[in-house]
Unconditional design. Sequence first.
Length: 526
Amino acid sequence: MKMKIILSTVIFLLFFNLLATPGHSRAANGVAKVALPNFTVSLNGHLVDNQYREYPLLVYHDITYFPMTWYDSRLLGLETNWSISNGLSIQQSHVTSSYESYTSNSQNASTYTATIPASVITINGKEINNSKEEYPLLSFRDVTYFPLTWRFAHDEFGWDYQWSDAAGLSITSTNPQIQQIGLSQDAGKNDIVLFKGYYYFAETLGTINHIYRAPEWNPSAKEEIYTYDITNPTGTSPRLSFQIRDNILWFTYHVGGGLSGSNKFVKVDENGKTEAISLGHPYMDFRDTAYGTLIIDLGADNVKLSLLPKDQKATDAKIVGDPNLTRSAVHVTRWDGFTPYALTTATTVVGEDVYVLCSPLSDQNFIYRINLKTNKTDKIVDQSTSWFKIIDDKLYYVKEADNALYSSSLEGNGEIKLSDHTVSWFDSINGNVFYTTQNEANQFKLYKASIEGSDELAWPMPIVDVKALNGQLVCTFSENDGYGIVLLDNAGRVVLKVADANLQVLKSDKDILLKNVSDNSIKLIK
């Protein structure tokens, strides 16, 4: 312990000398003379241009000071709050941000005057007397500046200091970081997925869509795996949608226009080899089964289910299920997020059974089960239903009568009502059920379902979108709501709050892949 104290003291004195800028006076009458650093500073690997920064780092009494702006503080894992009654609170928290340069058109002077705030200040819940601090917090350009002393930076926040004559001062925090991925803006105009260590994306050149993959560790080393022509009389969008089905990567796109066009599906193996499948239906979805490919025909008035045995032609597909049902069925689909032509169909395969939501009557949808071996068709839920999912061998569904969420066994037995409110979206994370309810202002509130008491509001503010991804809930908020993305665990606890706005959550099998919809840049939270 004694050696650790001595070592800490030596390191502190070393930084004290290295960060020194001679000739600056102590504060007098609440005023402090400060200067720009005469050495290089990097924050979590981002080089700071103090010369043209609206909020540059400063040096006062031989100590470097850090601006507590919205983005700078959250970049280093700090959350700041201010109130008239409680003053300024600085707390290490589950937050992060992209680096914001705060670039100014005017070059900064070498020295300035800052002030010493007299308000109450707490750091990690500990109140400090700023007027008596040897290195007080400062105020410059209406922003609070924080001293990077060993006491605060290391002991309170656990940051890592590195110094060299060549590289200057480097500060690294322990919170998750947002990495900018070196993919082109054109790639950001299409869907992107991170799957088994590779980015998959598309770039449009003229009338040709080029599909690439690039290793996560070197995004610039892209290789082309597929191309297709987007030319057609009605001007088909070049966008496509990636899907992860049963741990296999697919992408789908639309060619042709209107009723004359069709959806195409392409499977990608682990080596990047592609295989386009043709099922003989212009508008369709499909599911893999032990008996072959289940084809969900979506393009005709009389929608039908058919089964294509393995290694046979599309013309060999046989209709499955009660023919009286399938001839009049309209199998329910809905748009999947932001991507055109990404339809999610309410059809799930469990073993040799297919669960399907369809409407033999024009205004009612029921859940049926079709056995692929015997072709027997049973109605499982005999009440009109708007949507269903099968999660952990249980059936979850929303009834149209009250728009509430229910669950039952796969036989339809033991029905339990799960939601206190109407449901617009739902999913389960490790056995805990979450859902959203929509209000009159077209806003969504997120709840955690509870059959033992009142449902718990999982997040206090309305959300724009939510996805269950890699064992977490990823909630998206509007541009004016402070944080752009919030990650919650299976109990609804905060995992991470992301300060960036205008973010779209992309598909990935690990980490969190994001797109900034303002400039189509791609980012990854590690």
